[in-house]
Design a protein around this ligand. Structure first.
Ligand SMILES: C[S@@+](CC[C@H](N)C(=O)[O-])C[C@H]1O[C@@H](n2cnc3c(N)ncnc32)[C@H](O)[C@@H]1O
Length: 440
């Protein structure tokens, strides 16, 4: 008689707006059966699926295995639910652990106290059956327990990821406003370019990020081209949990490595005239250095090309049409610099009677100026290309003098954004000339 493989209820949290893309990814990289929910995806899958999802998911924040889902009204019910959970299938008393608690529309007075009751239940169960209990370590726990308190039900899950999955293990150098790798991947997925990269590999259409910072979007893109698994450079929480078997994990990793284009393949392709089709540039040369070091660590240095330069002056690095994907500088977190800033500063230094705005508004002017000039520049330098721009500014299309053909809601951490799609049609030559003259 063959033994049936146990299936678990999984939950993969993700930012709102990404759920459907994540559900499709779950199907693509594992045998788990996904159902999109709010800010995440439920899936039914085996422990092997858990390992594959951790290794291959570009979009999930982590992979949780649900161990208990029970109704509750009071803290006593929570304690009982924790006492009834089969923790011993995942942990031993020698493991250290940490409880992370979240709530939505919960009747509880104190989330901390509720988390404490989960801890008590977990420890008392071990003490009862084994005579010893595991200890809490809030800094570097062996295992993380997630407790979620809804309006009527408590859900207790064990985390299999450890560090959140956006930490791929290659980005040590970053600027002031780095994009999470998972969000960069969601932008590439929403733009449709990720699909092309998976299908066509190094023949995918060119991709450009003209404000690349530490290179997150371009490096994610280059890894897609190479078929490198996003988790291949990091460790995972499941490696310390009881169901873990090194043999199974090594086989999954080996399968992933065999599917990826190796450094030697890339070097060989470069010798035969292959030119990278993923490009990034940034005004700050320090950022370009960071991006190059990060690309080296991510195993894609031959597939991506980083350079310095003002986005307002960079012409298309290759013949298109291709795709621009970027999260430009915005708000107070990061300033727009370069041509747009010097124009605004120049205007602020002008005699009072000639100024259109007070000096302290010059940064805001620079930002508005930047987007207007960028729109103009793209029309002449990137005709036929498609641009996808992530911004919290709902008026960005008006600022760029464009009409977006799509706007995809996405969250950059707590900031609600839109990923705007602009189809860059060529500007008639006469109009472009007079526009450029008035911009000077
Ligand atoms: C929001 S950050 C991009 C972060 C990037 N996606 C990452 O993950 O590191 C914006 C970047 O735009 C750059 N920048 C500002 N003004 C620029 C300009 N005029 N041309 C090119 N880059 C510019 C900044 O140096 C900064 O690195």
């Amino acid at each position: 008689m063959t033994q049936s493989i146990p299936l678990f209820n999984l939950f993969l949290p993700c930012p709102s707006g990404v759920e459907d893309m994540l559900a499709a990814e779950v199907k693509r990289v594992s045998h788990a059966k996904p159902t999109p929910a709010r800010a995440g995806v439920y899936a039914k899958g085996s422990f092997e699926d858990v390992l594959k999802l951790n290794l291959h998911s570009r979009l999930a924040q982590r992979v949780l295995v649900e161990l208990m889902h029970a109704p509750y009204r009071s803290e006593d019910d929570i304690y009982q639910a924790a006492c009834d959970t089969l923790w011993e299938q995942w942990l031993t008393p020698r493991h250290t652990f940490k409880i992370d608690a979240t709530a939505s529309r919960s009747p509880l007075q104190s989330l901390n106290f509720a988390a404490l009751r989960v801890k008590d239940g977990l420890c008392d169960r071990f003490r009862h059956f084994e005579g010893v209990r595991p200890s809490v370590d809030t800094e570097r726990p062996d295992a993380r327990v997630f407790a979620h308190f809804g309006p009527e039900h408590v859900t207790l899950s064990i985390d299999t990821s450890g560090e959140p999955l956006f930490k791929r293990g290659w980005r040590f150098d970053k600027g002031d406003a780095p994009l999470k790798e998972t969000l960069a991947a969601a932008m590439l997925e929403a733009s449709g370019w990720a699909h092309l990269a998976r299908e066509k590999g190094i023949d995918a259409p060119p991709l450009v990020d003209p404000c690349c910072g530490s290179g997150t979007i371009a490096i994610e893109a280059a890894q897609l081209v190479a078929g490198i698994a996003p988790g291949s450079m990091r460790r995972f929480g499941f490696e310390r949990l009881l169901p873990f078997e090194a043999k199974q994990w090594n086989a999954i990793k080996e399968e992933a490595t065999n599917q990826a284009i190796t450094k030697t393949d890339v070097q060989e392709a470069i010798k035969n005239g292959f030119v990278a089709n993923v490009y990034g540039s940034d005004l700050a040369f320090r950022m370009v250095d960071f991006a190059n070091t990060n690309a080296e660590r991510a195993g894609v240095s031959g597939l991506v090309n980083f350079r310095g330069g003002d986005a307002l002056q960079r012409s298309a690095p290759v013949e298109g049409p291709g795709v621009i994907v970027m999260n430009p500088p915005y708000g107070e977190r990061i300033d727009t610099r370069g041509v747009a800033a010097s124009q605004a500063a120049h205007a602020a230094r002008a005699p009072v009677e000639l100024r259109s705005a007070p000096a302290d508004e010059s940064q805001r002017d620079a930002s508005a100026n930047f987007f207007q000039l960028l729109g103009r520049h793209w029309k002449t330098a990137y005709p036929g290309w498609t641009a996808w721009v992530l911004s919290p500014d709902m008026k960005l299309p008006a600022a760029m003098r464009f009409k977006e053909s799509r706007r995809v809601p996405m969250f950059n951490g707590p900031i609600e954004c839109r990923l705007f799609r602009f189809d860059l049609t060529a500007m008639p030559e006469r109009r472009a000339e007079s526009d450029n003259a008035s911009a000077r």
